[in-house]
Design a binder for this molecule. Structure first.
Ligand code: S3P
Length: 175
């Protein structure tokens, strides 16, 4: 069966950039859950938080994650899926991830993550203190959900993407 690589981690940990790179390197499909939610709701995440609230966003996000993982699981091609940073706060997502062999946590230092995430488009990355304390509340969820942890501190995008791609090579006996 073709593997599905699922990237999890906090905002600014590089999930989308790494996912895009790994998928193009492996010739695999790529799904970015944030983009899919925006596409399906016809709103930016920022608008969704503002107009409908975080709860509504989480419900939409969970539905997209469950569906994308089913599609990926049924595909003959390899797939990379980048989850939004808060997807693991939904129990339905956490339960679904337990069936997956490649749930890869990108573990970045919080200062670097904040410097990347504070672009104005992320409702939960407006204030550094709040960002740090949100990370503190979520860290155990990431670690419990992960089957693999990649320490991304100080590493280039290429380096991280090579490590992520190598996980499936090893499992398939190709490394
Ligand atoms: C969020 C992370 C964001 C996005 C939304 C909420 C979070 O995704 O889903 O702004 O709660 O951590 P990224 O992790 O891709 O930035």
């Amino acid at each position: 069966m073709a593997p599905t690589l699922i990237l999890i981690g906090f905002m600014g940990s590089g999930k989308t950039a790494v996912g895009r790179r790994v998928s193009s390197y492996m010739g695999w499909e790529f799904f970015d859950v944030d983009n899919l939610v925006e596409h399906e709701t016809g709103m930016s995440i920022e608008q969704m938080f503002e107009r409908e609230g975080e709860e509504a966003f989480r419900r939409a996000e969970e539905l997209v994650v469950l569906r994308v993982l089913d599609v990926a699981g049924a595909s003959n091609a390899g797939t990379v899926v980048s989850l939004g940073g808060g997807a693991v706060t939904s129990k339905g997502v956490r339960d679904r991830l337990k069936r997956e062999p490649f749930v890869v946590l990108l573990d970045e230092d919080i200062a670097t993550a904040f410097s990347r995430a504070r672009n104005g488009k992320r409702p939960l990355a407006a204030d550094e203190q709040a960002f740090r304390s949100l990370y503190g509340r979520r860290e155990s969820l990431y670690r419990e959900a992960a089957t693999h942890v990649i320490d991304t501190r100080g590493k280039s995008l290429k380096h991280v993407a090579d490590e992520v791609a190598g996980l499936t090579d090893e499992r398939n006996g190709a490394a």
